[in-house]
Design a protein around this ligand. Structure first.
Ligand code: NDP
Length: 301
């Protein structure tokens, strides 16, 4: 089997480079041109013609897209680029997947929902993004579905990895530098490891190739829930318990309204994963399992 991976150096892309190898030949691209057995190819999602040419040259059985414009606040002003990368490039991948009869694996976000209420969002719930990033990710999903290609779209939340920048690492850095931290306590969600996303993708690809009726949109996150404040407290207490010298003395809970950002964030990011677990006979771990593993890796460096 031939797999084309786009966005190989992101948090999820990096883990996918490892995980996908068990399925077959992996051609992994970033935005920079690279020499491959199929010629010099670029996986720049802002270059739609180049992207189409790269997919055509590889002619993969599976396209996995881990690339995205993920700068949520910057997307409010850099609209054209965010739209091209998150929406139009997804359309190109979907059209090419349809033409090649390939399976397209794509990642989306809980930010397609408006964050109201306290229930976990189901795949069938009404979408209504509150920021432009969420809007472009939703458009990407809709263009993929409309193309009629075989697809797996995983909506996830609060992604982290040992490699790359993320909230937990930022908290560790700030805890070393500052005595007081003010952290948002009224946004609720589930931290999701890039490792889990990659491992589930491999399993889902295998099962979907054998049974294309499994194609669709799925919510994917570990079990449990937390707030940014409780997440930060867990990370910092774990680090301190493991002998890290930290300056922080107080971790104060604050409201979203006390920390204005260019892009609005949904308050309720909970995702209901029953559809995924049932379709792929999966059992998902508690969110603390992956965060603890990542902390052990990060702190022991
Ligand atoms: P990262 O920001 O870690 O990685 C995104 C990757 O996309 C980077 O390697 C980046 O490359 C690449 N990229 C950006 N623009 C382009 C471009 N024009 N052409 C090619 N590559 C480009 O994101 P994650 O791994 O965390 O996200 C993976 C997926 O999960 C995305 O679809 C995202 O929307 C989704 N998601 C992420 C969440 C999160 O909390 N991070 C939450 C919910 C969903 P470069 O470094 O060169 O810019």
């Amino acid at each position: 089997m031939k797999i084309l991976l786009l966005g190989k150096d992101g948090q999820v892309g990096w883990e996918l480079q490892r995980a996908l190898l068990v399925l077959g030949e992996v051609v992994a691209l970033s935005r920079h041109p690279a020499s491959t057995p199929y010629g010099t190819l670029s996986g720049d999602l802002a270059d739609l013609a180049g992207l189409r040419a790269a997919i055509g040259a590889v002619a993969p059985d599976v396209i996995v897209n881990a690339a995205a414009y993920t700068a949520v606040d910057k997307a409010e002003t850099e609209r054209e680029l965010a739209h091209t990368v998150n929406a139009l490039a997804s359309q190109v991948m979907a059209e090419e997947a349809k033409r090649l009869d390939a399976l397209l694996v794509h990642y989306s976000t809980d930010y397609v929902f408006d964050g109201t209420g306290t229930s976990a969002w189901k795949e069938s719930d009404a979408v209504s993004p509150v920021n432009y990033y969420g809007d472009t990710k939703l458009q990407g999903e809709q263009l993929i579905v409309a193309s009629g290609c075989k697809h797996l779209i995983f909506r996830t939340s609060w992604v982290y990895a040992a490699r790359g920048n993320n909230f937990a690492k930022t908290m560790l850095r700030l805890a070393r530098e500052k005595q007081t931290l003010n952290i948002i306590a009224d946004q609720i969600g589930v931290p999701t490891s890039a490792e889990l996303l990659a491992d589930v993708a491999v399993l889902a690809v295998q099962k979907t190739l054998a049974n294309p009726a499994l194609c669709g949109i799925y919510h994917l996150a570990p079990t449990g829930e937390t707030s940014w404040h409780a997440y930060a407290t867990y990370v910092i207490e774990f680090a301190r318990h493991n002998g890290e010298t930290l300056a922080v003395e107080a971790i104060n809970p604050i409201a979203t309204t006390e920390y204005p950002t260019p892009a609005r964030r949904p308050l309720n990011s909970r995702l209901d994963t029953q559809k995924l677990c049932k379709a792929f006979s999966l059992q998902l771990p508690d969110w603390k399992v992956g965060v603890t593993r990542m902390l052990m890796e990060t702190l022991n460096k």
